[in-house]
Design a binder for this molecule. Structure first.
Ligand SMILES: *[C@@H]1O[C@H](CO)[C@@H](O)[C@H](O)[C@H]1NC(C)=O
Ligand SMILES: *[C@@H]1O[C@H](CO)[C@@H](O)[C@H](O)[C@H]1NC(C)=O
Ligand SMILES: *[C@@H]1O[C@H](CO)[C@@H](O)[C@H](O)[C@H]1NC(C)=O
Ligand SMILES: *[C@@H]1O[C@H](CO)[C@@H](O)[C@H](O)[C@H]1NC(C)=O
Ligand SMILES: *[C@@H]1O[C@H](CO)[C@@H](O)[C@H](O)[C@H]1NC(C)=O
Ligand SMILES: *[C@@H]1O[C@H](CO)[C@@H](O)[C@H](O)[C@H]1NC(C)=O
Ligand SMILES: *[C@@H]1O[C@H](CO)[C@@H](O)[C@H](O)[C@H]1NC(C)=O
Length: 494
């Protein structure tokens, strides 16, 4: 049996117990019970709620992902005026992770009644005619392609003094708002989607995979300097949202940001779009020309470029096709997306289907058509949404053994498979998946879905951010007999 460290579910369970044992001594013990129940550690951790025990914690110093807490889904009494700074607003479905995050999160917040103002760059096309309460303030980009800080700030100031209604909170996606202007704002949170320290891991991987004729990337020597620069300027932002458990740890430990200013909220995706639907999955397979007797269907999605790991899985499949006739005959591979590797896949064999770019609803059907979803990314920075989309669709996932992926998403072999970024390790995972077969994959898919529904929905993400914003804006709400301290958890409604 190959040594897949996701088979470390035993270790993980031990970790859960350890957390419980340690925390039982502290006031936040019951949080960990609910944490444990979501990752199914222990035989029967009958969930004990904080409510029954009148336990209350200070959210700002909560050390784990806020996704493990359960916030009331009814909109809060206090509605916020929120400023969002984001370099680009997504164009249809072609957006990268950061932009998708901005869209998903702030649409949800606007639907909950908050007044969201988006400060972003002018786009050529006209896709912002969304029927929502989002209000856009466009400025032409700076020569470097960033948000023009002076112009955006001017618009922000104008809005801040409009109607005698200043902003309650400022949210910046990465360095959308530079630290020079962000530094004096206490009601501000920045979300990081990839930091230089994580990128060092990608650099190492990509240099190891470098061909004999390729020269070493010069960026390698600059990376450490970049990390040190980040350590210096990150501290100027008041509150930080880490989008994975690993990044939360790095921000506290290596970037040395005080723990009560670092908050972990793992990304969520729209659970009304990505959900199990076997009929749509079957229809999709038929349209893609996959025969009904196909033994297994595996899928990949995203930009088909080198740093998303396509050369790696291309080589792995090529070798497997020589070594194992059954795999070659029985396994179908669906590739959604476009990029230079698309045409190469077509040459690999008759069981590969390159589907091109898919619209969101097609993508949802695509996930439903699979037995397993594979993302061989070589980028350690950030957290790929595709894993979460597949998990919400009830599919097991296979991914590179990067700390954010194994620490937050594929936390055990009951959810899927992880591999080192080498052809050999990826092949081992593919063979293991093939041997496990459709039934085992189906069981893993159910576990993956349960975890994603509990932790990684757009609703979960939005309610967690909302609570953070309420907490760092004024912190409290008081009207007649109602009095809430939003920095405390749980509130009566939670
Ligand atoms: C929790 O607090 C409320 C009011 O503060 C009180 O009525 C209730 O008895 C307490 N419950 C427990 C289990 O202590
Ligand atoms: C965008 O749409 C608005 C109204 O629908 C129109 O007036 C404007 O000219 C459009 N802009 C571009 C760049 O297409
Ligand atoms: C916009 O949304 C509202 C409420 O959801 C709906 O009543 C209205 O018909 C929508 N308008 C358009 C143009 O889609
Ligand atoms: C926004 O307006 C309020 C009220 O006038 C003021 O206290 C605050 O400093 C302003 N914020 C910024 C960033 O200028
Ligand atoms: C931030 O505050 C410092 C000291 O209080 C001040 O010198 C500086 O001008 C302020 N910066 C901005 C952009 O307001
Ligand atoms: C490397 O370059 C040499 C000389 O240009 C060429 O002969 C050789 O085939 C190249 N090797 C690879 C792996 O591309
Ligand atoms: C699936 O059916 C086709 C004929 O429709 C046949 O050629 C092929 O061998 C079958 N594959 C499997 C895995 O049974």
């Amino acid at each position: 049996m190959a040594k897949d460290p996701t088979s470390s579910s035993i270790t993980f369970h031990h970790l859960c117990y350890l957390l419980f044992a340690v925390s039982a001594l502290s006031s936040i013990s019951f949080i960990y019970w609910s944490h444990c129940s979501t990752c199914s550690c222990g035989a029967d951790p009958s969930p004990i709620s904080l409510h029954q025990h009148n336990q209350s914690i200070n959210l700002l110093s909560f050390p784990s992902a806020w996704n493990h807490l359960s916030f009331s889904s009814t909109p809060p009494r206090k509605l916020l005026k929120i400023a969002l700074f984001v370099k680009r607003w997504p164009q249809r479905n072609l957006a990268g992770g950061l932009e998708r995050h901005a869209l998903t999160l702030h649409l949800a917040l606007a639907r909950r009644g908050h007044e969201v103002h988006v400060f972003t760059t002018t786009t050529s096309s006209n896709s912002t005619n969304l029927n929502t309460t989002l209000r856009f303030h466009f400025t032409p980009p700076s020569p470097g392609g960033y948000l023009n800080q002076a112009l955006a700030w001017q618009q922000f100031q104008t809005q801040n003094s409009t109607d005698n209604k200043p902003f309650d909170v400022v949210h910046t996606e990465s360095v959308g708002l530079f630290h020079g202007r962000a530094r004096n704002l206490s009601h501000l949170a920045v979300s990081w989607h990839g930091i230089a320290y994580e990128t060092i891991h990608s650099d190492i991987v990509q240099d190891l995979l470098r061909g004999p004729n390729e020269t070493r990337q010069s960026v390698l020597t600059e990376r450490l300097v970049k990390v040190i620069e980040e350590v210096k300027f990150f501290n100027r932002y008041s509150h930080h949202v880490a989008t994975s458990d690993h990044v939360g740890d790095v921000l506290k430990r290596i970037y040395m940001i005080p723990e009560d200013r670092v908050h972990i909220i793992v990304n969520g995706v729209d659970e009304t779009i990505y959900k199990p639907d076997s009929t749509r999955g079957k229809d999709f397979l038929r349209e893609a020309g996959v025969p009904e007797n196909a033994t297994l269907v595996i899928g990949m999605a995203g930009r088909l470029v080198k740093d998303k790991g396509h050369p790696l899985i291309f080589e792995a499949l090529k070798q497997i096709y020589v070594e194992d006739e059954n795999f070659k005959r029985d396994v179908f591979v669906l590739v959604a997306g476009d990029g230079p590797w698309g045409s190469r896949y077509r040459d690999l064999g008759p069981n590969l289907r390159v589907l091109g770019l898919l619209e969101q609803t097609q993508l949802a059907s695509f996930y439903n058509s699979l037995d397993v979803f594979i993302n061989p990314t070589l980028r350690a920075q950030g957290l790929d949404h595709t894993f979460i989309e597949a998990m919400l669709s009830g599919k097991p996932v296979m991914g590179t053994r990067f700390a954010s992926i194994t620490g937050s998403l594929i936390v055990g072999s009951d959810i899927g498979y992880t591999f080192l970024p080498t052809v050999g390790s990826l092949k081992e995972s593919l063979y293991m998946m093939f041997r496990d077969g459709r039934d085992v994959l189906g069981i893993k898919g159910k576990v993956a879905r349960n975890r994603a529904v509990q932790l990684f929905t757009a609703t979960k993400m939005a309610t967690a951010y909302e609570r953070l914003f309420l907490c760092i804006s004024t912190g409290t709400y008081e009207k007649n007999d109602d009095k809430y301290d939003y920095c405390k958890y749980p509130l009566p409604l939670d």
